[in-house]
Design a protein around this ligand. Structure first.
Ligand code: LLP
Length: 384
């Protein structure tokens, strides 16, 4: 990533700072769109990864739909101008208000996660005299081989309807007059780099699809969720994820019936690499075995390392001679407030600007005000 303009202005920049490179965002969207369009696939962007207006606007203009997991995300998607027929709404715990808001917005589809939720959506739709289009989120019991906190498609996870409940669900569905079943939905997890997990998902979906056909049901759309991982270790070598291989797996292994549409919900892979969290060095504490580089960003801006032990590349972009090893830590009163242990970096001084890479997905959106911290500043590349 080219930080020339940032380096030129480094002394003026307010930190911590979420910086978004819009050219990288657009190039990533172009690549994803090109590969998905080859097969007529529909991609909904998962707002949970980053819901900034400017970023959403660009994603909407690139032709993507929206995948929402709260009423406020649905309202945000509508406000930004995503077409209502491109908005899906998932989540295990939708409140009545959220369901009503989505019914009013006339969205494409509710991804429903339990039989009880199905009944509630039906009742609320009856009250409004509307029909709710739904997809059944089915738990496929496929292992995504990713961190257990971001694994969602196993029997033990809270998400989706288990396969053994489907028979009963169809009976309930038969009694829900204001519900139209339009899809089946799956999502096995996030930050998936072992792409064979997606092949396993396809094979499982094929079997589940057979089950529906045996029950005389052809489902108009299949939604296989998101989850494609990004390269946190070598961001510059792999700025754009391998969408070509990703979509080709579905083309090769998923048996679509005539006129059946395939939908995706990609979050991280569309945005992660366009963001960098810039932080300034407050103090360097020399130690015997290790040095502490204390920076002004913490787990309040980027919680991923503390929550998932995840790696983000940390770089000192202020040129200096020599190298040393540092534990890069934030100012928050928690020992888990750390961005890296024994990281080799140019010899660092107070005031240096540090880049924490690959932070546009699940960075700013997961920020908190713990310790009564201020919100971090935001800067887009077209404002430099
Ligand atoms: N669809 C559903 C139903 C999901 O639950 C998720 C993510 C996505 C789509 C988008 O997945 P993606 O393409 O971004 O992997 N905070 C965690 C990630 C949580 C993901 C939750 N669900 C992290 O920072 O790694």
């Amino acid at each position: 990533m080219d930080f020339t303009r940032i380096i030129e202005q480094k002394d003026k920049l307010q930190t911590p700072l979420f910086y978004y490179d819009l050219e990288i965002l657009k190039a990533t969207l172009d690549a994803a769109s090109k590969e998905a369009t080859k097969y007529g696939y529909h991609v909904h962007y998962a707002l949970k990864a980053n819901a900034n207006h400017k970023i959403l606007e660009i994603i909407k203009n690139a032709g993507f739909g929206a995948d929402c997991v709260s009423g406020n995300e649905v309202l945000r998607a509508v406000e930004v101008g995503f077409k209502k027929e491109d908005i899906v709404f998932a989540g295990v715990g939708k409140t009545d208000k959220e369901i009503n808001d989505a019914l009013d917005a006339d969205i494409f589809c509710f991804n429903i996660e339990s039989i009880e939720e199905l009944n509630v959506i039906n009742e609320l739709a009856v009250t409004k005299g509307k029909t709710a289009r739904i997809a059944l989120r089915i738990n496929p019991n496929v292992n995504a081989n990713t961190h257990h906190y971001i694994t969602t498609g196993l029997d033990e996870n809270k998400f989706g309807i288990n396969l053994w409940e489907l028979e009963h669900l169809l009976t309930v569905l038969g009694k829900c007059e204001n519900i139209e079943l339009t899809g089946i939905h799956f999502h096995i997890g996030s930050q998936i780099n072992d792409l064979s997990a997606f092949k396993s998902l396809c094979l499982r979906v094929n079997t589940i699809q057979e089950w529906f056909i045996n029950h005389n049901l052809i489902i108009p759309h299949i939604n296989v969720g998101g989850g494609l991982g990004v390269d946190y270790y070598k961001p510059d070598e792999n700025l754009i994820p391998d969408f070509e291989t990703f979509f080709a797996i579905f083309k090769e292994h998923l048996d679509l019936r005539p006129h059946q549409q395939l939908h995706f919900e990609l979050g991280r892979s569309l945005v992660a690499q366009c963001g960098t969290l810039f932080t300034r060095v407050l103090y360097v504490k020399k130690g015997i075995k290790s040095n502490f580089m204390i920076v002004d960003a913490g787990m309040t801006e980027l919680i991923r390392p503390a929550l998932y032990q995840s790696y983000h590349k940390v770089e000192n972009i202020t040129p200096h001679e020599g190298t040393e090893k540092y534990d890069v830590v934030g100012p928050i009163c928690e020992s888990s407030d750390s961005f890296g242990k024994a990281v080799t970096m140019p010899t660092t001084k107070r005031g240096d600007l540090i880049a924490i890479r690959t932070t546009a997905a699940y960075g700013e959106v997961m920020a908190s005000q713990y310790n009564l911290r201020d919100k971090a500043a935001v800067l887009y590349s077209d404002e430099l």
